[in-house]
Design a protein around this ligand. Structure first.
Ligand code: FAD
Length: 317
């Protein structure tokens, strides 16, 4: 077992996702305190130019293969597993994202390595890991023993800026494993339909969650958004109920937003939602439950019934 920390780089349409930089920053802290090495694993086809953004790593392992050109859980999982077999890292960090959740379990079984999901905290020596479960309602501390550990990190847990560094890291090219007989094939990247308000460019978002109770109550949130000069966005249950279109959903399986003001109305603050809005300049949360996890992320919080607050705000504005 080496003293290396392997960070699996996640990228989409030419952009490295913030979760990668979060893990690189945290990985650097751990490798710094344990005298280890931070290694970034970059997979794709013709994406070697991205390595320059990973200069915080002591080394970048780059695997180029036509079967890695588009994200494919089977191809990516096999490649991560092959690299783990080669370098035997003491820790593998994967994003607790749609991609990471696809592949981490398979790599764990393949490598016979323990896997801790929903990680939101790691001690500086890497020996104590905190997982945030049940939408952030319960934290579980683990002190894994033995060699080798896979963790999937919840987006928003660590500062991304700590992992950003441009430069010329050492790049080692590695061959992909045999990816010729994949049972999964990439077909199509489905993006949100256009034609609606683009919530990613709005400076002010009034975001409604299940606390809004019914689509009949949406007009009061729309009135508030209009009076503030912004637009309405939402959590996933609102889209699942077909009260708003998918183009309004913020979060892991929705859109990432970075407005100047993000006002949440009846949103609990599940990690999948936080992933999409944690970078807003100012977060104000309204929720009747003082223990709602959203208050851990909000700059200002109001413990109040939205059906009292929204009409009062609308009157005032
Ligand atoms: C793979 C995966 C991807 C996901 N992707 C996303 C995603 O992209 N975006 C997303 O949002 N979720 C996503 N989810 C779902 C996520 O886990 C949560 O279930 C969801 O975010 C919860 O939405 P919510 O906060 O609106 O509802 P709830 O968790 O039910 O919270 C409702 C909140 O409203 C409060 N409330 C109730 N009544 C009032 C009132 N009158 N006044 C004030 N407060 C009130 C309650 O106290 C509660 O905190 C995903 C889940 C999975 C597994």
């Amino acid at each position: 077992m080496s003293n290396q920390i392997l960070v699996v780089v996640e990228h989409l349409k030419g952009n490295i996702e913030d979760i990668t930089f979060e893990m690189l920053g945290k990985g650097k802290e751990i490798s710094g305190s344990t005298g280890g090495e931070l290694v970034a694993l970059l997979m794709g086809s013709g994406v070697d130019g991205m390595a320059s953004q990973l200069a915080i790593a002591d080394k970048v392992i780059y695997v180029d293969d036509v079967n890695l050109a588009e994200y494919n859980p089977e191809a990516y999982g096999k490649t991560v597993s092959a690299v783990v077999t080669n370098i035997q890292p003491k820790m593998v960090m994967i994003g607790n994202t749609s991609m990471g959740m696809d592949i981490a379990g398979g790599v764990s079984v393949d490598q016979n390595m323990p896997f801790i999901a929903y990680v939101s905290g790691i001690s500086a020596d890497g020996n104590n890991v905190t997982s945030s479960l049940y939408g952030g309602k319960m934290n579980v501390d683990s002190s894994p023993s033995g060699d080798g550990l896979i963790i999937s990190v919840v987006a928003g847990s660590f500062p991304a800026d700590a992992g950003r560094a441009d430069g010329s890291p050492d790049v080692e090219t590695a061959n992909a494993p045999d990816l010729s007989n994949l049972s999964l094939q990439f077909k199509q990247l489905i993006e949100p339909e256009s034609g609606d308000v683009d919530i990613t460019t709005q400076e002010i978002l009034v975001s409604v969650g299940r606390g809004i109770q019914s689509d009949e109550n949406l007009p009061m949130a729309e009135e508030l958004a209009a009076k503030l000069g912004g637009a309405v966005s939402c959590s996933r249950p609102i889209v699942d109920n077909k009260w708003l279109s998918k183009t309004r959903q913020v979060g892991k399986s929705g859109l990432k937003v970075k407005p100047k003001l993000y006002l949440t109305l009846g949103i609990s603050g599940a990690p999948e939602h936080i992933e999409g809005m944690k970078d807003a300049d100012l977060i104000i949360a309204v929720n009747t439950d003082p223990n709602a996890p959203i208050f851990d992320y909000a700059h200002y919080g109001v413990v109040q019934d939205i059906f009292d607050l929204i009409p009062a705000l609308n009157d005032k504005l």
